[in-house]
Design a protein around this ligand. Structure first.
Ligand SMILES: Nc1ncnc2c1ncn2[C@@H]1O[C@H](COP(=O)(O)OP(=O)(O)OP(=O)(O)O)[C@@H](O)[C@H]1O
Length: 267
């Protein structure tokens, strides 16, 4: 049965210090993310989205508060929280297959046989439609394909939570749409928990069960959380005239561009 308090963010605060100066980036971030949920975090540039994601990933320590996953505090990186970054962080000297194998061998050494690991790598490449390019190196494939491999690598670690830091940010609009469709298909198929940072309002609504809207920094916090009441599977062409979709879109746009304008255009 789905766990309804799978991931808890408890009063997270984060300050960075440089010499005598301290900047409070995040303040009092609290929310509960359920198992299988797709949650997006949206907010203006510099408000602290990546910092929050890195805290969940265990890559950045909190200043106050904590991250609880299935009743346990997590404060260092672990394979149960895989991260997909914007700039497909593949190793250029390894093939597509080997890039995924690196993660799989690390996570499943001693737990899956060599043959099982091989099948699992191929299965995950198949999931993102990249099995055909398994022997290519990153320089030989497009940006969208690299991102697919990054997603396969994240999924292949069988994480409890997949953290996506603007996973489609560097891609052209069409490739981006294809990958959004793929990630939605994967999420429906696997039912995994996903937390994604994005700047794109349509992307956030299209993919998410809930959209977390962050206020501007310093001391950014959660301004509002929007429930996206759209049935799945969602088809982008059908959403254009969907009332729930246009209302959700208007609510996020109003938050970002009326009530919480980017600091540079706030005056
Ligand atoms: N390691 C660090 N040391 C000092 N300051 C940092 C560090 N990491 C982030 N910051 C500061 O924290 C603030 C939030 O940065 P962060 O990258 O989390 O924002 P963001 O919302 O993800 O931005 P963007 O949307 O542009 O990627 C910024 O002011 C940034 O300069």
């Amino acid at each position: 049965m789905a766990n309804n308090s799978y991931l808890k963010l408890e009063q997270i605060g984060k300050s960075f210090s440089r010499g005598p100066a301290t900047t409070e980036v995040l303040r009092d971030i609290s929310m509960i993310i359920n198992e299988g949920e797709y949650v997006s975090i949206i907010g203006h540039s510099g408000c602290g989205k990546s910092t929050l994601l890195n805290i969940i990933a265990g890559l950045t320590p909190v200043t106050t508060g904590g991250v609880i996953l299935e009743e346990r505090e997590v404060n260092s990186p672990g394979p149960e929280r895989a991260v997909v970054f914007q700039n497909h962080s593949l190793l250029p000297w390894l093939t597509v297959y080997e890039n995924v194998a690196l993660a799989v061998n690390k996570v499943f050494a001693g737990k899956k046989s060599r043959a099982e690991r091989h099948d699992w790598i191929e299965h995950n490449l198949q999931l993102v439609h990249m099995l055909h390019a398994r022997d290519k190196r990153p320089a030989e494939i497009s940006g969208g394909m690299k991102q697919r491999v990054g997603i396969a690598r994240g999924l292949a670690m069988e994480p409890k939570i997949l953290l996506l830091d603007e996973p489609f940010g560097a891609l052209d609009a069409l490739t981006r749409a294809h990958l959004q469709d793929s990630i939605m298909e994967i999420h429906m198929k696997l039912g995994n928990t996903m937390v994604m940072i994005t700047h794109d309002v349509d992307e956030a609504i299209f993919l998410s069960d809930r959209v977390v809207m962050m206020t501007n920094g310093p001391a950014a916090t959660i301004g509002e959380i929007l429930d996206v009441k759209l049935q799945r599977p969602r088809r982008r062409l059908e959403l254009v005239n969907n009332k729930a979709y246009t209302e959700a879109r208007a609510a996020v746009l109003e938050f970002l561009y009326a009530r919480h304008k980017a600091p540079t255009i706030a005056a």
